[in-house]
Design a protein around this ligand. Structure first.
Ligand SMILES: [Zn+2]
Length: 400
């Protein structure tokens, strides 16, 4: 397991000879640039090599004409502590997911913790502890935004104020605790929002024995910031209800890997028909009953591109810039000032697609050749994806 000190600095990093630069921005998904310059973990320049100051770099990467995209963001995970999940008794799942191009994960609740406290003091203590623990420890370098309390009956406004002041910025999936009625959820979601805590609601049938149904009327009444796994986790609401949610709510449309795939496609198409593709964000909802999916976000990208007929460069934005904007994160977009979190990809060896984008549109997942977080190389050729045809080379290795 690779533990990375959170304080490590990248110094100056130059990435040159980029063949395709995906921006993460739906309005301009492909950039006319072949070079990125990074300083101490932040992007400082993006452009043609001749226009960039590339001198004095501690680290130089030759991208070998492959594709560079913002590191993928998994909008919906259920971490517990460290790089361990009790859901399937696995170690190293976060590092393994980094090998699938994911550089940021957002907790939808630490609900798999054995003996998870349900009393209010315990709920708050767990949220604060989880937030601190993942802030201090980043498996594989991945930024895990955790500390997402599950709403329980009896919570009052001051509980949200107290948690926000302690650094909690997220709610776990509304509906996984004892608060399941729309009117109760609505009041608590509004308190959370007042103190800057973002909310996600469980949508659809029960995930595992013990959780419950959240139907479209509860989702609309609660009005959480993110319509969590709109395609069910796994059991989906009827397709017509999912399309109604896309239309009647203005909140984020989160589509997950551990959900109903047919409804995933319907939800994406509904958002496009409603001219609101900016609302689509992607997650895995892992670890889950279906296991841990280190390539879950890449699989979602390939699935939506190939089966919903959406150009691959746009679907990558669902997993990067859209999520960053909706979640107010300093990553997910290739522009100066943003975190230098990148995934280097190329078409998988022997795919039928002639280019990376075409291969994804044909339903194949890309090969990951390198992952960088905060300007530091976290892995070279992925141990999990099919092998990339070409991989980047570290020309000047830097201090790391
Ligand atoms: Zn759920």
């Amino acid at each position: 397991m690779a533990e990375v000190a959170t304080g490590a600095k990248s110094g100056k990093v130059v990435i040159r000879n980029i063949g395709l630069l995906l921006s993460g921005d739906l309005d301009r998904p492909i950039l006319e640039a072949d070079t990125i310059v990074v300083n101490d973990g932040l992007i400082v320049a993006v452009g043609k090599e001749k226009d960039c100051n590339t001198e004095g770099a501690q680290t130089v990467i030759d991208a070998k004409k492959t594709c560079v995209a913002p590191g993928l963001i998994d909008s919906h995970v259920h971490p517990v502590f460290g790089d361990w999940t009790p859901r399937q008794s696995q170690l190293g799942w976060i590092d393994s997911t980094m090998n699938g191009g994911v550089t940021t994960m957002i907790s939808a609740g630490e609900v798999h913790l054995p003996g998870r406290p349900k009393d209010i003091v315990g709920v708050k203590a767990l949220a604060i502890t989880a937030q601190r623990a993942f802030d201090n420890f980043r498996p594989g370098g991945v930024k895990v935004l955790a500390g997402a309390p599950v709403l329980e009956k009896g919570m009052v406004e001051s509980d949200f104020k107290e948690m926000a002041e302690a650094g909690v910025g997220l709610l776990g999936e509304v509906g996984l605790g004892s608060v399941k009625a729309g009117y109760e959820a609505k009041e608590m979601v509004a308190w959370a929002r007042k103190y800057g805590i973002q909310s996600t609601i469980h949508t659809g049938g029960p995930s595992i024995p013990g959780s419950g149904l959240i139907d479209k009327d509860v989702v609309l009444e609660a009005d959480a910031d993110v319509i969590g796994h709109i395609n069910g986790g796994h059991t989906s609401l009827p397709e017509a209800h999912v399309c109604e949610l896309c239309e009647k709510s203005s909140r984020a449309i989160e589509i997950v890997h551990n959900g109903n795939e047919r409804v995933a496609i319907a939800a994406a198409k509904a958002a496009l028909d409603l001219k609101c593709p900016h609302r689509i964000i992607l997650g895995t909802d892992g670890p889950a009953g279906s296991g841990v999916q280190p390539l879950g976000i890449l699989r979602m990208v390939a699935m939506l591109s190939s089966l919903a007929n959406i150009p691959a460069e746009l679907v990558f934005c669902f997993a990067t810039g859209n999520t960053a904007r909706i979640r107010k994160l300093n990553c997910g977009l290739i522009e100066p000032g943003r975190a230098a979190d990148f995934v280097f990809m190329d078409r998988a060896q022997h795919t039928a697609g002639k280019t990376l984008l075409e291969s994804v549109q044909l339903g194949d997942i890309p090969g990951v050749g390198m992952v960088m977080i905060d300007g530091i190389v976290r892995c070279g050729r992925s141990r999990n994806t099919p092998p990339a045809t070409e991989i980047p080379v570290v020309v000047v290795p830097g201090a790391h």
